[in-house]
Design a protein around this ligand. Sequence first.
Ligand code: FAD
Length: 437
Amino acid sequence: AIVWMDDMLRSIGKSKLVTEEASVEKLSKDYFWYSPVLDRQLKEKKADAVIVPETEADVAEALALAYRLRIPVTARGAGTGNYGQAVPLEGGIVLDLSGLDRIVEIGDGYARVQCGVKLAVLDKTARDNGQELRIYPSTYVKATVGGFVSGGSGGIGSVTWGNLWDGNVLEAVVYTLEETPRRLAVKGDELFDYIHNYGTTGIMTEVTVPLAPRTEWAQAVFQFDDFAASLQFGEALANEASIPKRLVSPMEWPLPSYFKPLAKFLASGQAAALTEIAESSLSAAAELAERFGGRLGHVIEASMYRRTIGVSDFTWNHTTLWAMKSDPAYTYLQAQFSCDTYLEQLGDIKSKYGDEVLMHFEWMRSGGVLVPAALPIVRFGTEERLYEIIGYFESIGVQIFDPHTWVLADGGRSGGNRMLTRKKANDPLGLLNPGKI
Ligand code: FAD
């Protein structure tokens, strides 16, 4: 029996405390099983109970109680993270924040929302208002704003607007885990300590994100005989300031064949660049593709935006999802190729590993610079082999952000010392998502 459970029940009340075994287990998991390494290590981990706050005051109360009873607290949005970020390593409480789902304000150029608002709901509301999100992950239908800011990095829109660190979070309300939790209004440089923190330095209850003016997006697939040409087209398209774009994702064949609902519209045996571009720029983009030996293929018109499965449902880490559906032996890496030599690096990798590694790139901006990011699909054999492949990538100058670890620094999160200082101030007992920082 858990000694603190009665205390907890008395303070939190039955309606906001989940103790039923199957629900607790479900709410203790995220999508860590995309990694066979994490799957082996995390599948048995679970919380002792889940608290489901309805208000900010409930969050503060739960954190004060956790401090008093010395119980670990792991925040959860929708649980779509891939690194076991939302998995409690030391039991305790999962704080399910999905109930804090109020859009507080849509202003001119920004939205202020509670952390549990789903990104798709926010984007729709903003678009109805003549605006739209700048960036969001391919899991936007389920994922929450707070979970994206605390556990994600970038996605659709990043080709234009960069990642979460590039001014795409304006302000946050954060609670500390102390005897009396403090409510912090965080902005500017201080946000660095909370973006992609896995909820280790505080619990975010409210977030303000910038909005862009609404664009009418066509979803267009450009096809190429040659994968390298599709990458060069992607680079040129990403750099072409006169063509507004939200997504530029070149895919090596046979990846497109795994996209079951889309595959029938695609040319067999060819590379495919999946894009979202302003509908008014479609012909300009088609001309650009021709310059690289490509042609415009399947198009979903702007009037059908979000009414059918979209091309972004096959990009970013959704590519891994479709590959795993086709063959559960696939897993993935997160890579950043070199801007100047990405084609040589690609050539080296393909000649060494062939179809053991399948490539798709996600052109994106980082710190204002266009970079060839990629989420290579890897056929998993053993952990040794996986880390040998990672070692080879790194040996030829391809940077790897290891997705097979739950430790922030090992996954490439920079600024560890800064964050540790922040953590000591905000979470003196080290109860916020222990084991992740
Ligand atoms: P969760 O998984 O619930 O939480 C993420 C982390 O944040 C956890 O550590 C959790 O403890 C913490 N947390 C959650 N809410 C709060 C809060 N309010 N305060 C403090 N800490 C909190 N990610 C990308 O960045 N880009 C992508 O394109 C992308 N594509 C994906 C595709 C697939 C198929 C899958 C499975 C995942 C993908 N992801 C991607 C990862 C993930 O879906 C996103 O990062 C998503 O935004 C996470 O949101 P969530 O609400 O599910 O967060």
